[in-house]
Design a protein around this ligand. Structure first.
Ligand code: AMP
Ligand code: MG
Length: 349
């Protein structure tokens, strides 16, 4: 299959209208959102959705998020919009918040991995919104990467993974947020966050009073019977073994310098992903900066790109300095810990 790639110029450009039509008619289109690039298909078309799973190599029981451009598109998809859900929608849509509600028969089972609920969000990106509007259908879209690879934050990443497997790639520049949306289950009381993301637990509490975090976010342990099917899969991982290293400044720096020099002796290529405030403590060729330790949103927008960069240079081990789990730092550490599996290190002096 020939993948047509183009840079977005205007909503009336012929190639943009072609992509919107292709999307409505059942083909796959990768498009920018504020979180990461999405791989879109007509959410109401079983065959189109099936081809998402094939292109990504994604397990069929891992449900997709349905993207909409306005509230009129939401109504036919769900049995009811609870008052708290409506409050969150008013506060944070368009934005990186995915809401799980009870689905109607309009939504095919394949889109929801056989569940009787559907995950919906309205992305905060004018290209995405206009594409969905022009396609005229809700768009099922997981991240536009091969299953198990880090999510794409630039079209370069989409091309690496999906060139020749999908019909269109629309380039809208790098994604602002960099980690996937927050997923909140509003079918239970109190509501539960299944995946941390750009909208923080505090932001949600400010609107609906209370919210719980799923155990898998707090405990870091693998869940046997996950609430959200996607949780049981290893996500976001580069090819290298990832280690999370936490501790105070001096301990982290000592531990990492020792680890990297032992790796070098053993002929293992390792890379440190470090705060820019620490980078001068490491050998020039040993470390890359993910941004400021005091700015989790900067780390969010860089982390998946750096994972891919480590793959490109053939890193076998990646050591990541932990950041505080505050604000969007919770989402960033969730992705890093998932990539690390159980490899979490506490550095002491
Ligand atoms: P991705 O498409 O890769 O961004 O992942 C979507 C995430 O949302 C996965 O972790 C899914 O398991 C989760 N998800 C989607 N739909 C549902 C649903 N109906 N119920 C629970 N979790 C869902
Ligand atoms: Mg994904």
């Amino acid at each position: 299959m020939q993948t047509k790639y183009f840079e977005f110029t205007s909503c009336d450009a012929p190639e943009f209208l072609d992509a919107a039509r292709a999307l409505r008619e059942g083909l796959l289109v990768a498009f920018p959102t504020e979180t990461v690039y999405g791989l879109g298909a007509n959410a109401l078309d079983r065959k189109a959705v099936q081809s998402i799973y094939e292109a990504k190599g994604r397990p069929g029981d891992n449900p997709l998020i349905v993207h909409i451009a306005d509230l009129e598109m939401l109504k036919p998809l769900v049995t009811e919009i609870k008052p708290d859900a409506l409050k969150l929608i008013s506060a944070y849509w368009p934005g990186p918040l995915t809401i799980i509600m009870k689905k109607t028969a309009v939504v095919p089972d394949i889109t929801t991995g056989g569940l009787d609920t559907v995950a919906v969000r309205m992305p905060d990106n004018h290209i995405a919104l206009e594409l969905i509007r022009r396609a005229g259908v809700p768009v099922a879209a997981p991240s536009a990467n091969r299953s198990g690879r880090p999510s794409p934050t630039m079209t370069k990443h989409v091309l690496e993974d999906l060139n020749g497997r999908i019909s269109y790639i629309i380039d809208g520049g790098p994604c602002k947020v960099g980690v996937e949306s927050t997923v909140i289950d509003m079918t239970v009381e109190p509501a539960v966050i299944l995946r941390p993301g750009g909208i923080t637990p505090l932001m949600i509490k400010q609107v609906i009073g209370s919210v719980e975090l799923d155990r898998s976010i707090v405990d870091r342990i693998a869940v046997d019977r996950p609430k959200s099917p996607g949780m049981k899969y290893k996500h976001y991982a580069p090819k290298a073994e990832v280690f999370v290293v936490s501790g105070d400044y001096g301990s982290i720096v000592n531990w990492l310098n020792k680890a990297v020099s032992e790796d070098r002796k053993a002929g293992i290529k390792s890379v440190i992903l470090a705060a820019k405030e620490h980078i001068q403590e490491y050998g020039l060729s040993d470390a890359m900066s993910y941004g400021s330790i005091n700015d989790a949103s900067e780390v969010a927008s860089n982390i998946f790109r750096l994972f891919r960069e480590c793959d490109r240079i053939g890193a076998e081990k990646i050591y990541v300095e932990a950041i505080p789990k505050e604000g969007i730092g919770l989402a960033v550490m969730n992705r890093i810990e998932k990539a690390a599996g159980g490899r979490i290190i506490q550095a002491f002096d």
